[in-house]
Design a protein around this ligand. Sequence first.
Ligand SMILES: *[C@@H]1O[C@H](CO)[C@@H](O)[C@H](O)[C@H]1NC(C)=O
Ligand SMILES: *[C@@H]1O[C@H](CO)[C@@H](O)[C@H](O)[C@H]1NC(C)=O
Ligand SMILES: *[C@@H]1O[C@H](CO)[C@@H](O)[C@H](O)[C@H]1NC(C)=O
Length: 630
Amino acid sequence: MHFPALWSSASVSQHRWTRGRSIIFAVLGILIGASILSNSLSLFVFGEDAATAGPPKNPTIKTESKKSSLSMLLTEDENTKYFPQHPISNISRAAIIPNQLLRTWKANNRADIRLDCHEKRDHPDRYSWFESWDLMNPTTIQIVFNDDDMDRFVRGAFSRRVVEAYFKLPRAVLRSDFGRYLMLYKLGGYYTDMDTTCQVPLYKWNFGMNHVAVIIGVENPSPERDNYLQWTMASAPHHPFLAQVIHRVTEKIHATDALLLETDDNAVLEVTGPGIWKQVVWDYLESKNVNLQEISNMWEGFYLAGDMLILGKAYLNNDNWENPKALIRHHFTGNSAFGWRVHGKTLDSKQPALGKLNDDFDWTYHPPTPSIEINPSKEAKAVPKEVVQVANSSSDALISPKFKVFRDRWIQQNPGYRFTLLSVEDMDEFVRKDCSSDVQTAFFKLPLFKQRFELFRYLRLLKVGGIYTEIDSRPHTPIDQWFTNNRIGLIIGMNDQGHNEGPGFKRTTLASIPQHPVIASYVAKKVAQILERSQSDLERISFFDFFENDFNLAVKMALTERGVNVTRDFRSGLAWDGYLVAGDLLIWGQERFNPSAERDGHSFARWHGDLWDKEKGIWEEDAKATSGIQ
Ligand SMILES: *[C@@H]1O[C@H](CO)[C@@H](O)[C@H](O)[C@H]1NC(C)=O
Ligand SMILES: *[C@@H]1O[C@H](CO)[C@@H](O)[C@H](O)[C@H]1NC(C)=O
Ligand SMILES: *[C@@H]1O[C@H](CO)[C@@H](O)[C@H](O)[C@H]1NC(C)=O
């Protein structure tokens, strides 16, 4: 479902971005080296008007070709050249701001948000504003915390000092201000208030600069130094800038009189809101040797400080939201009948039960490692240059035309490789001819097609080696480039690197030498288990437990045996486009075989489960396997 939706929204937004866009960007200065941000490149880009004539009352719109925007000026190669390491933090260039939208509201689910609008307990447009984010960002989830959710989250995730500060806040609006920083720090993602609409998809907000880890916008430009807004922003989890915001807000709350917090609207601005926010931005930038005056008065352009992207006023504080640069439209309901100023409910300020406090909270940012090598193999290995796929026919002409497009690409991108397309009958035939009798018995005992299809890939890799990839995999990078050296015997990609349960691995594309011990022991274990079970058991078995999760365990065990500390090296450790080598085992970060749609460009191959569903052919989930051993 996501596939077509994504394309159509991408083309809509492309239209938006090209439509009558104005203001010829001028690169005013490329400041390298000691003067600003040692060892980094800072680009300071202003619109022509702002640069020459000061802030325009009604920005004039001139024509600008799409190519002249900054992201277009820099090719991928130039990016790599100018941003090889980021001076402020060593963050991976891939997918560092999670694709999720964080919100805080009095209701925490869309049904209630909609109902409140309908029944006029809330602004009548609230739900359509809310929905605009879904429509522009079909792959982004919205996480909405109500007051209770936020209380629980803070209690469970932060240190005693932070929790005590948070619960000292007597009003919902104060907690919502503080809560957004805490969510951004811990979870990462985009935050926006509940009175905004989305005008440009989130994935474009970094202008194609993939290492951007924090995005903030100018609220009020001024010749001295600009103010920054905190109703819409984005951050990677655990970013040191957000850590500093939280430190400062926490200490400020502790130092502020409780009565003042309850009664003084200014406290909102100064203790938790825009006042302290802008102060921390200034201090943070100055601590990185950014000259605030040089980046002041930013109406139209943007400024990149390491991995922190600062957007001019036009992008987020859209007084003139029809400006085609505006990423959002802000409806400013703070003072309205439903706004926080009118609505500021007073909360129970008693201390929470302290059972779940995490006093060991780690403030330090741990940058992911681009690559890890542990006891790399010294022996040359050659994965056979054969790509094998299974489809409902062994003839290219008879498979789904969509899969044929992918196959043509595989073939075109990988000269020197042999491509083998097997029908289901060929798959069965291979097992009959090339596998031991135990393996045959086990294979044909599997009652479901999906189970045989799963087992086959390991049997094939064990016996013949080469590359196995599912028929709905689209290739992006020639196979030869998947190898980091010539001593690799097995390549596996990560599936969901950020998962709380630890790493998972992708089974849809694998490369192996014949008889690789990791595959051999996994096959031996599966065959023994299948032989032990009754056929009716096998029919009811959990596919996830029996195959997916067990494969994850097998890989984790293999890594542990080769000296990897899986907890340490995968959880926050490995960059999403990085890799880990242990012995002859090569594990690629999630970007390579399980990229998000918009990051296809970084990937090696992407599996299209969504196409799979549509083009079922033989691929019915529970299709009973038909043939037996003969
Ligand atoms: C970033 O990583 C490089 C190479 O791994 C290292 O030399 C550099 O000191 C790191 N920078 C920071 C700020 O950690
Ligand atoms: C693995 O790393 C974790 C986290 O750094 C650490 O707590 C644990 O002791 C390590 N385990 C081993 C066996 O070294
Ligand atoms: C294979 O499945 C596709 C649908 O995915 C169908 O169009 C095609 O006709 C099928 N081919 C054969 C040989 O059954």
